[in-house]
Design a protein around this ligand. Structure first.
Ligand code: ATR
Length: 274
């Protein structure tokens, strides 16, 4: 019987996950069906329970349910426990395993697709919300020289840094603290571009050869990447690669095989440009 998977979100109609997982299933000859399911804002747990009762084997979770999925899980992977959020669920007789593949997806995109080694690098993470929190542990696992978190509300960046202080030296502060500090990799995990607002980045932030990475993506250059390019970032990448890689990582969790992403990424990129 065909195994069933789904992505839950609200809204969900424009999710690219069904297309990505259908491509992965075809490429790896896995017999599965993956659909997008709209969960009511006040009915996430019920929607998941219905899906499990109907034979669902696993699910992805997107906005706004990642924290609720974290609470719903009966067991958490260490990376999900650190992230405080869950984007991947595995259903079995043993209960609901909650995992988080966002950080692994980001790291995979940077280190494999963009071939930027993070070991020994000075990394700046912009933002201190859920998106930022979800990627910190996997970034630290790459052994960077430093990881600094900057946020509009500095206290949130400081608190987030403290939450990971047992793993490595992580610091946090405001945007104005960044003056005179060059970084090798600058990652945007804020939602500032949704509000159409530029980030208050000081000059000299991008070291020679610096990679600017926006966890967001869209048609054309994102506002952050436009800002970074003008400020001297040598390389710019948006989050489409992260989207494909977090999906590949979830597929690995469910099916034990990690699909190649180059083909699906090219298709997604062409669709965005079209
Ligand atoms: P997400 O789940 O996408 O991380 P979130 O938890 O609401 O969403 O966090 C949004 C992040 O974007 C926060 O770091 C927020 O900064 P504050 O903590 O100061 O609110 C940041 N952000 C949103 N709009 C911003 C803007 N216009 N300028 C700078 N930072 C912004």
């Amino acid at each position: 019987m065909t195994d069933r998977y789904a992505v839950f979100g609200n809204p969900i109609a424009h999710s690219k996950s069904p297309q990505i997982h259908a491509a992965f299933a075809a490429a790896t000859a896995q017999d599965l069906r993956y659909e997008a399911l709209l969960a009511p804002l006040d009915g996430f747990a019920g929607a998941v329970a219905d899906f499990v009762a109907a034979g669902g084997r696993g699910a992805n979770v997107t906005v706004p349910f990642k924290e609720e999925a974290f609470r719903l899980a009966t067991r958490l992977s260490p990376r999900a426990a650190r992230a405080g959020a869950v984007n991947t669920l595995v259903f079995s007789g043993a209960g609901i395993l909650g995992d988080n593949t966002d950080g692994a997806g980001l790291v995979h995109d940077i280190t494999r697709n963009l071939t930027v080694d993070l070991a020994g690098k000075r990394i700046l993470l912009l933002g201190a919300g859920g998106a930022a929190r979800g990627v910190i542990q996997p970034l630290l696992a790459e052994a960077p020289a430093a990881l600094h978190i900057a946020n509009r509300s500095a206290d949130k960046a400081v608190a987030l840094a403290q939450a990971f202080a047992d793993l490595a030296a992580v610091s946090g502060g405001s945007f104005s603290d960044l003056a005179g500090l060059p970084f090798d990799v600058v990652i945007n995990a804020t939602s500032a571009s949704l509000a159409g607002e530029p980030l208050p980045l000081p000059t000299g932030l991008f070291a020679p050869g610096c990679l600017a990475y926006d966890m967001m993506y869209g048609k054309g250059e994102t506002p952050f990447l436009a800002q970074a390019r003008l400020a001297g970032a040598a390389r710019c990448a948006d989050g489409l690669g992260m989207l494909a890689e977090q999906a590949a990582e979830a597929f690995l969790v469910w099916r034990g095989v990690r699909p190649a992403t180059a083909g699906v990424l090219a298709t997604l990129r062409a669709a965005l440009a079209g």
